[in-house]
Design a protein around this ligand. Structure first.
Ligand code: AGP
Length: 632
């Protein structure tokens, strides 16, 4: 939440900051601002600042005010926590010569505010962030260096935060610090960058340093020095990023979300290929790319240790938030069903506060696209404290969650820009299916023939997903037809229940309509009261046969009897379901029915997308949301 960019070098900084912020706008878009240092004719420097509520493009109208050559600037795009999204609360914030941008929350802000106020400080915003600038200013006025002032001020505050600080009396130097909120340093030739995430600097450099918790850095155009919070210098161990730049362009699509929906066949291939030994019909747990992390003082577990942890697990705790939690619910069912290990999936925000019973022999499996979600990260730390092995399924390389875990299984979905998660979700589901099967194979709870069936089906998954997406015009037509309904009820059972939740979440977050995901069996325990012609009921039952399917169909009959409007996601030959539905979308078959939820959700993503477009909402940047939820 909140995007930060800073630059020191020789090029005009303002445009670089603006472009960087545009790459980070997914992190928040309540307001934006840039501060740059301008050199006066007498050789001294002054800070010029532009800030505007609303999206980044609003800053363009103010551009003339910072239209001077400056090679030292910082910028910010905000997701509001303390104080409404107005001009005064937009970052950067100034305290005399000190200017700061902030991502996070100062939990002890009240105490610090009172203390500063007692010393006669007056404030120009309602934010907690501004206070940090005043703390730094006070330290500077007592004769400390900027680095020392930031270090001492950071020790005063509580909560997860990242700050970027400049001082107009020290042109060409930026000091940054983080704990809990992400910051990366982009190391260039005669120029250096700081940002909340890699895409902001990718056009200028691929040489990245991931700042660790409680680390500070001092950046000039020629040098970057890293320090621990107790003042010791640390080595600058950078990594080379190989992400393709075109991944962060829309490539002709109207929205990132649509582009990312259509990227899913490729994302599934890139995620699954390392795991599948198609010639032998076996899962591979030893692929070099599947388990990795790069924390300098940590160690990635070898595959034998990973296998042992899973084989000896007394229980698996799957923990995540939002869409990733829906993938987790799917994974829970598969792990328990295939590997026969007690498994519990739950929301990280609940898990961390309910004092869970954890044993060192239990295994944690956290799921996160960004690798930065505050509640999930806290859940990892809690599980680690109880001596458990904790593994991550994550999309963003070297982000905070993977670095805290014993090993990480990466979803290779590529950069996901749309705030509504799509390709990260389906690759998480696919990878959870792999983990469940691989565990089952090692624990001896599935035989070789079953393993082969799964390997083959997962091998076909990308191709079948492509086939499913070819029906987008049909989905668009039904979305248009039903875009103005009063409410939307998604019904599924078993493995289709998590995607009922996900279908409803997608619709809520991008189309701002009331939608709920329910287990079809729960219908008559309450929600059936809402059923009437203006309520669209979406029935997720593409298996076409089996006990649970028969049960779902009879639940759907109950909807029909009450004149609900029915849209079914069904098998091509399921005439029984088609007969009672007002409309239907066919889901193509695949070798194992447990993978059908992955194919079905593609159509649910498209449905939400087209409803949102029809209703004219902001698809890629829905109101009030941010992609990385780095605060509680
Ligand atoms: C998904 O569409 C949401 N925007 C959101 O629920 C998201 O999945 C959640 O915040 C978890 O994020 P993570 O996967 O990056 O941890």
């Amino acid at each position: 939440m909140c995007g930060i960019v800073g630059y020191v070098g020789k090029r005009p900084a303002q445009d670089l900051i603006y472009k960087g912020l545009a790459r980070l706008e997914y992190r928040g878009y309540d307001s934006a601002g840039i501060a740059a240092l301008e050199k006066l004719s007498n050789g001294s420097f002054v800070t010029r600042m532009i800030k505007a509520p609303g999206k980044l493009k609003e800053l363009r109208a103010l551009w003339g005010q910072i239209d001077f050559p400056s090679s030292h600037a910082i910028g910010h795009t905000r997701w509001a926590t303390h104080g409404e999204a107005n001009q005064a609360n937009a970052h950067p914030h100034r305290a005399g010569p000190i200017t700061i941008v902030h991502n996070g929350i100062i939990e002890n802000h009240q105490l610090i505010r009172e203390e500063l106020a007692a010393k006669g400080v007056s404030f120009s915003s309602d934010t907690d962030s501004e206070l940090f600038g005043h703390l730094v200013r006070a330290e500077r006025e007592s004769g400390k260096t900027l680095l020392e002032s930031v270090r001492l001020s950071f020790r005063r505050i509580q909560g997860a935060s990242a700050f970027v600080v400049m001082d107009e009396r020290l042109p060409g130097t930026i000091v940054v610090v983080r704990n809990g909120s992400p910051l990366v340093l982009g190391i260039g030739e005669g120029e250096n960058f700081v940002a909340s995430d890699v895409p902001a600097v990718l056009e200028s450099t691929r040489n990245i340093y991931y700042l660790e918790d409680n680390e500070l850095a001092e950046l000039t155009s020629e040098q970057v020095r890293i320090y621990s919070l107790d003042g010791h210098e640390r080595p600058l161990n950078t990594v080379e990023i190989d992400w393709a730049l075109d991944a962060i362009d829309k490539q002709g699509y109207e929205h990132y979300m649509l582009k990312e929906i259509f990227e899913q066949p490729r994302a599934l291939t890139d995620t699954l290929s390392a795991w599948l030994d198609l010639s032998q019909g076996r899962f591979r747990l030893d692929a070099a790319a599947v388990a990795r992390k790069s924390k300098s003082d940590g160690r990635t577990l070898g595959h034998q240790e990973i296998v042992r942890a899973f084989c000896e697990a007394t229980m698996v705790h799957v923990v995540a938030c939002g869409t990733a939690a829906h993938a987790g619910y799917y994974g829970q069912q598969l792990i328990e069903k295939l590997a026969r290990v007690p498994t519990r999936a739950e929301l990280a925000s609940e898990f961390r506060y309910r004092d869970p019973m954890l044993r060192p022999t239990d295994v944690g499996l956290v799921v996160s696209q960004s690798g930065e979600t505050a509640d999930t990260l806290a859940a990892v730390k809690l599980m680690k404290q109880s001596g458990m092995r904790v593994f991550a399924i994550c999309n963003v390389r070297d982000s905070s969650i993977p670095r805290e875990c014993d090993a990480v299984f990466y979803t290779n979905a590529g950069i996901e820009v749309g705030v509504a998660s799509t390709k990260a979700f389906t690759t998480q589901m696919a990878l959870l299916a792999v983990v469940a099967c691989a565990m089952a194979s090692h624990r001896g709870t599935i035989d070789a023939a079953t393993e082969k069936l799964w390997v083959e089906a997962l091998g076909h998954l990308p191709e079948v997903a492509r086939h499913s997406l070819e029906q987008s015009a049909d989905v668009e037509a039904v979305a248009k037809k039903y875009s103005k309904k009063k409410g939307y009820l998604f019904l599924g059972r078993g493995l289709f229940f998590p995607i009922a939740l996900e279908g409803a979440l997608k619709l809520k977050e991008i189309a701002y309509v009331h939608a709920e995901g329910y287990s079809a069996g729960e219908l008559k325990h309450g929600p059936i009261a809402m059923v009437e012609p203006e309520m669209l009921v979406l029935a997720l039952a593409p298996e076409g046969r089996g006990l649970l399917h028969a049960k779902t169909v009879s639940n759907i009959e109950e909807v029909r009897a009450r004149k609900g409007t029915l849209l079914s996601f069904c098998a091509a030959d399921d005439n029984q379901l088609k007969k009672i539905s007002d409309s239907w979308i066919e889901v193509p078959p695949i070798g194992v029915t447990e993978l059908l939820p992955i194919l079905t959700v593609l159509s649910l993503q498209l449905f939400a997308y087209y409803v949102a477009v029809e209703r004219g909402t902001e698809v890629d940047q829905p109101r009030n949301l941010a992609k990385s939820v780095t605060v509680e």
